[in-house]
Design a protein around this ligand. Structure first.
Ligand code: F6P
Length: 325
């Protein structure tokens, strides 16, 4: 007989728009299934120090539309150690929490997997990162909002680039993944898109840019993923500056603006579905799994597979971008 009564929940790692919507769905679904919810502040840090509060359905009112996370988030070095995870397990056991829902990305899921293995805790992951780099979900919570924020910025940059006939290198987030760069590059009509998943040859970039500028385009825009092997937009600009001195080259790094803001409708719906699915997964007896969306249906994937291999980008989209430039 399954006697679980209390679920723990936290948000961890880099925040993403829609984390609040996911929390709301966890709390309200749990409540409808008669579970109590204990929420930890500041991710695994709060789990280790016992910084928590009980949340009921009305405590998560008016948050579905908010960016950031009402629970706060953190990256926690101590949780990487066995001692840190043992302290966290003690807190969970003391509060009678047998299942923990982690709303976060790959680093958080790695930590969660170790906690589950070492201390026999039920752990369920909800994928929330703007990077969209988790295997087991077509999209992660926050990705769509970040895309739209970046695209909006790129459109604005295009206006000023065009007014001055300038060459812009725009850097978007993605330390290890090029999903944001690829989609915003296509959506923003970028002349070139540089990703960590495809090898960037600076000489080829020079040749391509020369060709594009020769066609007397008025402005040119290169979208560079933060994790591209060139080292990002600033480093690339140093390599290109001498060759393109007659064009006024400018660099724009979009940075953390991509992580903020109200979640899009798509992210709110995704977060609501996944938050609810996480509680259902607990009721059904799952552990060490991530709930994701594949082909518009909920899919459960072993947690270790979500970060164990790299999620592949769609190279057809990169080819499409080349054709359309
Ligand atoms: O949220 C993921 C991510 O945006 C990466 O693309 C980026 O490199 C990283 O977070 C930066 O996060 P922070 O400044 O919090 O370390």
């Amino acid at each position: 007989m399954f006697t679980l009564k209390t679920i723990g929940v936290l948000t961890s790692g880099g925040d993403s728009p829609g984390m609040n919507a996911a929390l709301r769905a966890v709390v309200r679904t749990a409540s409808s299934e008669n579970y109590e919810v204990i929420a930890f502040r500041h991710g695994f840090k709060g789990l280790i120090s016992g910084d928590f509060k009980r949340l009921g359905p009305t405590d998560v009112s008016n948050i579905i539309q908010r960016g950031g996370t009402m629970l706060k988030s953190a990256r926690c070095e101590e949780f990487r150690t066995e001692e840190g995870r043992a302290k966290a397990a003690d807190v969970l056991k003391k509060e009678g929490i047998e299942a923990l829902v982690i709303i976060g990305g790959d680093g958080s899921f790695q930590g969660g997997t170790l906690l589950a293995r070492e201390h026999n805790i039920i752990v369920i992951g909800i994928p929330a990162t703007i990077d969209n780099d988790l295997v087991g979900s077509d999209e992660t919570i926050g990705y769509d909002t970040a895309l739209n924020t970046a695209m909006d910025a790129i459109d604005k940059i295009r206006d000023t680039a065009d007014a001055h006939d300038r060459l812009f290198l725009v850097e978007v987030m993605g330390r290890d993944a090029g999903f944001i760069a690829l989609d915003t590059g296509i959506a923003g009509g970028a002349e070139l898109i540089l990703l960590p998943e495809s090898l960037t040859d600076v000489n080829e970039v020079r040749t391509n840019l020369n060709g594009i500028l020769h066609e007397q385009r008025r402005s040119s825009l290169v979208v560079v993923a933060e994790g591209d092997e060139t080292g990002g937009a600033l480093k690339l600009s140093e390599k290109l500056r001498d060759d393109f001195s007659k064009y006024e080259m400018r660099v724009c790094i979009l940075g953390h603006v991509q992580r903020g803001g109200a979640p899009t409708a798509r992210d709110r719906v995704l977060a609501s579905r996944l938050g609810s699915a996480a509680v259902k997964a607990i009721s059904e007896g799952h552990t060490q799994v991530m709930v994701g969306i594949v082909n518009n249906a909920i899919k459960i994937t072993p947690l270790k597979m979500t970060f164990g291999k790299k999620k592949e980008i769609n190279f057809e989209l990169l080819d499409l971008a080349k054709k359309l430039r």
